[in-house]
Design a binder for this molecule. Structure first.
Ligand code: B3K
Ligand code: ZN
Length: 888
């Protein structure tokens, strides 16, 4: 592990390398403890200078150039690897042999051992932990890979591309040779060796080519692979239809592995997945798991074009592939949902995506890690796989889609591929293709790539009855005083009867439809709507057309009106969220003063009206009646006081459960879904609303609700119902029933690692509904010695520690600072094992300055103690120093 203070890498310093690699032959003699890698690179000169190879933690066995050992004088060891002076040559065959120990690789970057098998993770800089190589995305080479291993230990041998040969060797060994026909950067290299089972399907691509699709899983999991396979086929079809993009290989493989740092990885033709985003069957996976699997499978598949065929010049351009691919997977999921569940299901998807943006990205963009979607500098690139690069990046692409229209966007994509297929390019190249294909100037739009912080949009409306005019003034406010942004604002005006008004701006010859997209380019824009017969209620930023914070003064009456009438389903949901935020914040002020918070009648009435509106789909009602996430609410408080917020939320949830108890109980019976479980948005929506109702009923301690939840949690329900009921009990004062349900769940699933992750997470996130309840921290400390828990498995870390730090703010930010001390101990330990995971966990306290002075002092003490330690990984150090304001 590198322990030095890492240097800052800057975007403006980008230089192409003097040497590139045309083709590479890799030969692996695989072994869990001592794998030997022989790497033959055919290198070609592109400019003046030595051959630069990156290397990390490798034992080098030999190094030759054109068959001759490299003399010491031609070799320079550097902080990141080595440089070889190749004299006057223009081409060179460089061969390097290294030895590595996959079992000792606890960082899970490079080649590592998991559950008896060997797996790789190379993005961003893992390949240099396998062999010496110019490990940068702008070096694209053709790979041939030979894998050789013991047949009994590693019966399956996989790598990128097509299998060209395989066979037996002496001594119970065997080999496989894989050839990837497409040049690729080293971060897309992958290999898998293990005892795996496969689900296979052959499909024809749109042009009639037959392709073999495979989902590889550990022994015993074959009955959980169908949904991933279906999702893959749907993704293929969608990309053919929407973007004319076809699978370019004869074989496409997905492999599920239990130990994995993130969600999944788009290695060319050999995607490696965290098992939780592959494995599902009704008894073990919830509707939400099914939904996530579909979108992650799609995301990795879509990378094959946006990321693999056209990749990034350097890691600063990460959003080029990530923002675009997230946008593509969001559109795919929305289309899939709409095809099965109608347009309302599409709106629900948009709402979920914006919820993620607001809870994860907005706080990031307001804290010490704030960065533009294309950052200008970093110390550890793994710290920049962020919500900003991914989710805000996707919003930026979505704005292009809105500004150019679906057809214009498609034309831009076509042009992008026609110019850049097979290249490593920049975000400018992408936006230029969009601009050229549409004859639209997007220079100002590029500012989205360089400004950090969430812009605010201040809106003010004025109605002039005599002139029948409505004047709307929209003012952009940018955090760093940056220049004005180019953004689309979709808006409508709602008449007093609740119906949208036709929109007519000065200069229009005819009224436009009821939602109109206005392009803002200036700091202030004034719009004058003509012929407005009565004072309208504005509905702004429909569909969340730009990633900004909209500030518009609306009283309770207006919010209730929009909750009832806004024709834009996103804004209708948003009106409910705004009402909830206002109510919760007012209640929190009382809670902080020790006054018992009161829930206003007007709120319960508006909430109940949505609940009772049978014209709205169940899925939509479920999202509309879900309270905003605590992380999002804390963002609206200064100082943030999680304990007072929690007190307010407990009162609010109880009150919703009590005052609407009969309605929830009635719905519970009406929403039951008959027949076998199927993953379908309509069914899932009914289950979601029923589970939400259960949460409110149990929170209020409604006896019938608790009884039903206990029966469901311990009966023979599928996982969506079982877990929904368990969650309702754990998040309630019914502690005896919760304990019974938790014990039942543990008994059933003790051997099922993925299901046990849910069991750990629900307990780590448990609120204290009654004073006598055990604090979450005590429970977590006890669970660390549970036989199903493991400190070397990232999913377990995220389940037990991540859920506590992120999803349980009131318990984590305890007044005695015990939560922070626990956090610091976990970071110390994880830093040694797995810096990427440690750094993700370290980030949970980056916004420590937002909390009360007493909490700030306690948090600062722990952060400073950690920063003072000398063996901190660059990943963790960068995060903590930024948190303290030591680097920018
Ligand atoms: N591209 C990978 C992320 C790799 C993260 C490396 N620390 C997964 C994805 O976005 O599809
Ligand atoms: Zn991605």
């Amino acid at each position: 592990m590198k322990t030095e203070h890492a240097p800052t890498i800057r975007r403006i310093d980008y230089q192409p390398l003097a040497w590139t690699v045309q083709s590479v032959d890799l030969h692996f003699t695989l072994d869990a403890k001592a794998t030997v890698v022989r790497n033959r690179m055919h290198c070609e000169r592109r400019g003046a200078g030595p051959l630069v190879l990156m290397a990390e933690g490798l034992t080098r066995v030999s190094l030759t150039v054109d068959g001759v050992e490299v003399v010491e004088t031609a070799l320079r060891e550097t902080d990141t690897g080595l440089e070889i002076d190749l004299g006057e040559r223009d081409t060179a065959l460089v061969e390097v042999v290294t030895q590595i120990n996959p079992s000792a690789n606890t960082e899970l970057s490079g080649l590592y051992h998991s559950g008896g098998g060997l797996y790789t993770q190379c993005e961003a800089e893992g390949f240099r932990r396998i062999t010496c190589f110019p490990d940068r995305p702008d070096v694209m080479a053709r790979f041939t890979v030979t894998l050789e291993a013991d047949m009994a230990a590693f019966p399956v041998l996989l790598s990128n591309g097509n299998l060209v040969d395989s066979g037996d060797l002496d001594g119970g060994r065997h080999f496989a040779i894989w050839e990837d026909p497409f040049p690729k950067p080293s971060y897309l290299f992958a290999l898998v060796a293990g005892d795996l089972e496969v689900l296979e399907r052959t499909e024809k691509t749109r042009s009639g080519r037959e392709v073999l699709l495979q989902v590889w899983v550990e022994d015993g999991n074959l009955d959980r692979a169908d949904h991933a396979m279906d999702s893959l086929v749907h993704s293929m079809r969608w990309d053919e239809k929407t973007f004319g993009l076809e699978l370019d290989l004869d074989r496409y493989m997905i492999v599920a592995v239990s130990d994995f740092n993130m969600g999944a990885m788009e290695n060319k033709g050999l995607n490696i997945f965290n098992a939780k985003f592959v494995l599902a069957k009704p008894d073990t996976a919830t509707d939400v798991d099914y939904e996530h699997i579909e979108s992650v499978v799609a995301h990795e598949y879509f990378h094959n074009w946006t990321g693999n065929r056209v990749t990034c010049q350097d890691w600063f351009q990460l959003t080029l592939k990530e923002g675009l691919t997230v946008f593509r997977d969001q559109q795919f999921s929305a289309d899939m949902l709409a095809a099965a569940g109608g347009e309302s299901a599409r709106a629900v998807k948009r709402i979920e995506d914006v919820r993620v943006l607001r809870t994860a990205q907005f706080p990031e963009d307001a804290g010490p890690m704030a960065h533009p979607i294309r950052p200008d500098q970093y110390q550890a690139i793994d710290n920049f796989y962020t919500a900003t690069v991914y989710e805000k990046g996707a919003e930026v692409i979505r704005m292009l889609h809105t500004l150019l229209g679906a057809e214009g966007f498609r034309n831009g994509m076509d042009l992008y591929f026609s110019y850049h297929d097979g290249q490593a390019v920049t975000c400018d190249d992408f936006v230029e293709a969009m601009s050229e294909a549409n004859g639209v100037d997007l220079d100002q739009f590029m500012r989205w790539y360089s400004q950090r912080g969430t812009p605010r949009l201040l809106a003010e409306g004025r109605y002039d009855a005599a002139a029948r005019q409505y004047t709307l003034t929209l003012t952009q406010q940018r955090p760093d005083g940056d220049e004005a942004l180019h953004m689309p604002v979709a808006l409508g005006l709602i008449g007093p009867d609740g119906a949208d008004l036709p929109l007519m701006l000065a200069g229009d010859t005819a009224a436009s439809p009821t939602t109109r997209v206005v392009e803002l380019k200036d700091t202030t824009t004034t719009l004058v709507f003509e012929g407005v017969a009565a004072e309208p209620v504005p509905s702004l930023l429909r569909g969340f057309s730009a990633p900004v914070i909209l500030e518009l003064a609306e009283d309770d009456r207006r919010l209730a009106f929009r909750m009832a009438h806004d024709s834009d389903p996103f804004n209708r949901w948003d009106a409910a969220q705004r009402f909830m935020v206002r109510v919760v914040l007012a209640m929190t002020v009382d809670a902080a003063k020790g006054v018992l918070p009161q829930v206003p009648d007007a709120f319960i009435t508006a909430f109940g009206a949505l609940l009772h509106n049978e014209k709205l789909d169940a899925a939509y009602r479920a999202v509309a009646l879900t309270l905003p996430a605590e992380a999002y609410l804390l963002e609206q408080m200064t100082p943030a006081d999680p304990v007072a917020l929690r007190r307010a939320l407990i009162v609010l949830m109880r009150s919703i459960g009590e005052r609407l108890g009969d309605s929830w109980l009635g719905l519970d019976a009406r929403l039951s879904v008959a027949g076998e479980y199927r993953y379908h948005p309509t069914d899932a929506g009914r289950r979601a609303l029923r589970n939400l109702g259960q949460r409110y009923l149990c929170a209020a301690g409604v006896a019938k609700g608790v009884e039903r939840a206990l029966a469901r949690a311990t009966g023979d329900a599928h996982m969506t119902d079982r877990f929904g009921a368990l969650a309702a009990l754990v998040h309630s004062p019914a502690s005896a029933e919760a304990a019974t349900a938790l014990a039942d769940f543990e008994r059933r699933f003790a051997k099922d690692a993925l299901v046990m992750d849910k069991w750990f997470a629900i307990q780590a996130g448990a609120w204290r509904w009654i004073d006598s309840a055990e604090p979450a921290l005590a429970r977590i400390e006890a669970l660390m010695s549970h036989p199903a828990f493991s400190l070397s498995n990232p999913n377990k870390i995220y389940a037990l520690f991540g859920a506590y730090f992120r999803a349980n703010p009131a318990e984590f930010h305890r007044a005695d600072g015990a939560g922070y001390r626990f956090w610091a101990d976990r970071i110390r330990d994880l830093n040694k094992r797995n810096p990427q995971v440690a750094s993700r966990m370290a980030r949970v306290l980056e916004n420590w300055r937002r909390f009360t002075p007493a909490q700030q002092a306690l948090a600062r003490e722990q952060i400073e103690a950690l920063v003072g330690e000398k063996d901190l990984s660059p990943d963790v150090r960068e995060v903590l120093e930024k948190a303290l304001g030591k680097t920018d």
